[in-house]
Design a protein around this ligand. Structure first.
Ligand code: PRP
Ligand code: URA
Length: 210
């Protein structure tokens, strides 16, 4: 398992705006989209390409296209949906599966309530999208399913991560082809399992406290 904390001035400034409790919902959604497109630059750099012929107005030339099979994007419902549009902008050919995971706010244990992913993921790279990696329970349960279905590699893109979550995922998938790409590694979790300083409840900030 590898962890990559992406350092870039644009990312740092956008994460700060995302954290700000006065940032309204519409701007929060925009920031999540913008951040995932920036993180995608790092997260997708090991995608395989193959050569293809193209004719410019001036001459034929050899270029590149993504090699198959198509990558799969999996936003973790519900907060991960806030990262889907940005990822689709940079990887429009990717297919999309959905996994619903909610953590019990008292026990902090994850429960899977929706699974609309292919039964088999052999040879496929899966990009898991979830803004928050706190205890790691939700991400671990998602990655377990993807590896059990044969995924070749799982790349989780998160906006804010806690050290405890990164450690838990690292321990669980120590020798597996799993990478976490994140825009911020925060200080700690509080007694309620929230990331400190974090940004609060990502799902509520994206979609409202319904
Ligand atoms: C949030 C977040 C992660 C999870 C992280 O989802 O989007 O999925 O918590 O916590 P963990 O690392 O301790 O498991 P939540 O369960 O609040 O559901 P939501 O996306 O529907 O709001
Ligand atoms: N889920 C969130 O939305 N925020 C946190 O800080 C932790 C888990």
């Amino acid at each position: 398992m590898k962890t990559l904390v992406v350092e870039h001035p644009l990312i740092a400034a956008k994460v700060t705006e995302l954290r700000d409790e006065t940032t309204p919902m519409a701007r929060f959604q925009e920031l999540a989209t913008e951040l995932v497109t920036l993180l995608a630059f790092e997260a997708t750099k090991e995608l395989e390409i193959e050569s293809t012929e193209v004719k410019t107005p001036v001459s034929p030339t050899t270029g590149s296209k993504l090699a198959g099979p198509l990558p799969l994007l999996v936003p973790i419902l519900r907060a991960g949906l806030g990262m889907l549009h940005g990822m689709q902008q940079v990887l429009p050919s990717a297919e999309v599966g959905f996994l619903g995971v909610v953590r019990n706010e008292e026990t902090l244990q994850p429960a899977i309530y929706a699974d609309r992913m292919p039964d088999r993921l052999d040879n496929r790279i899966v990009f898991v999208l979830d803004p928050m990696l706190a205890t790691g329970g939700s991400l671990i349960s998602a990655i377990e399913i993807m590896l059990a279905r044969g995924a070749k590699k799982v790349i989780a893109i998160t906006l804010i991560s806690a050290p405890q979550g990164v450690e838990a995922v690292g321990k669980k998938f120590a020798n597996q082809n799993v990478t976490v790409v994140t825009s911020a590694l925060d200080e700690k979790l509080n007694e309620h399992g929230y990331i400190v300083p974090g940004l609060g409840d990502a799902g509520d900030r994206l979609f409202g406290a319904c």
